[in-house]
Write a protein that binds this ligand. Structure first.
Ligand code: MN
Length: 271
């Protein structure tokens, strides 16, 4: 830890010196995003900005707003901050497929020392995104689930804390589209010039390539259908029922959340 020695040498009840920038960072908002990634398998990449990089976890089933539903989150390599706004196509290599910016906003650590929390395997934080809000925790499962699937200490669980932003709604089903383009995977592919991210890592197998070929076919079909139809493209057809609204509460009942038009920097008022 960068400030360990600084802190060890000081008693902050007796010195007027600041306890250091690590503590001062508590409460500071940092960028976060969730990128829905259709590669060999669909998953959701949760990324939290920290010390100039995006800490990253791959969440196969995506986040759940239900505190009882713990979602496996595999720790993966840090990503560059510039990757956080990316939406588009990774044509080949590691992660080949389509990336959708599914949610973004800011995150705030609920601890003084993020590095210590990561080392301990228990990071509590608050999200303020379009779709994900409120208090969450990432907990490393350590040896408990290691072994069977070779997860080792890369296995974490992503869990929603019980608060105003928790609920029964399946957020990945309820709000499946991009907060950047409002499109689905096919729409991202069907753009005239989709953004392309060049991976510098080799592919692990043919799965991703075959999947990509299928998706490209679907995108082509969608695009030709759209040319004959209206230029405005797809429309939302999800109906928000009363029971859904009750389950969703204030979190996601509004169309604005689904459509990504509600600013993540303007949090809804809590009671
Ligand atoms: Mn990924």
């Amino acid at each position: 830890m960068p400030l360990d020695e600084y802190k060890r040498k000081r008693d902050f009840t007796k010195t007027p010196e600041p306890a250091g920038t690590v503590k001062a960072r508590k409460g500071r908002e940092r960028f976060f995003c969730v990128q829905k990634h259709l590669a060999s398998h669909l998953h959701y990449d949760l990324r939290l900005e920290h010390n100039g990089v995006l800490l990253s976890w791959a969440v196969p089933k995506g986040p759940s707003l239900d505190p009882k539903t713990k979602r496996l989150a595999m720790k993966v390599e840090d990503h560059p901050v510039a990757y956080g706004e990316f939406e588009g196509v990774i044509p080949e290599g590691y992660g080949a497929g389509i990336v959708m910016l599914w949610d973004k906003g800011t995150w705030t650590p609920e601890v003084d020392d993020v590095d210590a929390a990561l080392k301990k395997g228990d990071l509590k934080f608050t999200l303020n995104g379009y779709k994900l809000k409120g208090s969450w925790v990432l907990v490393r499962t350590g040896g408990r689930y290691a072994g069977a699937r070779g997860g080792g200490d890369r296995s974490w669980l992503l869990i929603k804390h019980r608060d105003d932003w928790a609920g029964d709604v399946d957020i990945v089903e309820f709000a499946p589209l991009s907060v950047k383009s409002n499109g689905d995977f096919e729409d991202i592919l069907a753009e005239d010039t989709p953004a392309v991210w060049q991976s510098n890592r080799p592919a692990k197998g043919g799965d991703a390539g075959a999947m990509l070929a299928t998706i490209i076919e679907r995108a082509a079909a969608l695009k030709s259908a759209r040319t004959k139809d209206t230029p405005s493209g797809r429309t939302e057809n999800t109906t928000v029922t009363k029971s859904t609204k009750k389950a969703v509460g204030r979190v996601t009942a509004s169309k604005a959340v689904k459509r990504g038009t509600q600013s993540p920097r303007r949090p809804q008022r809590k009671k």
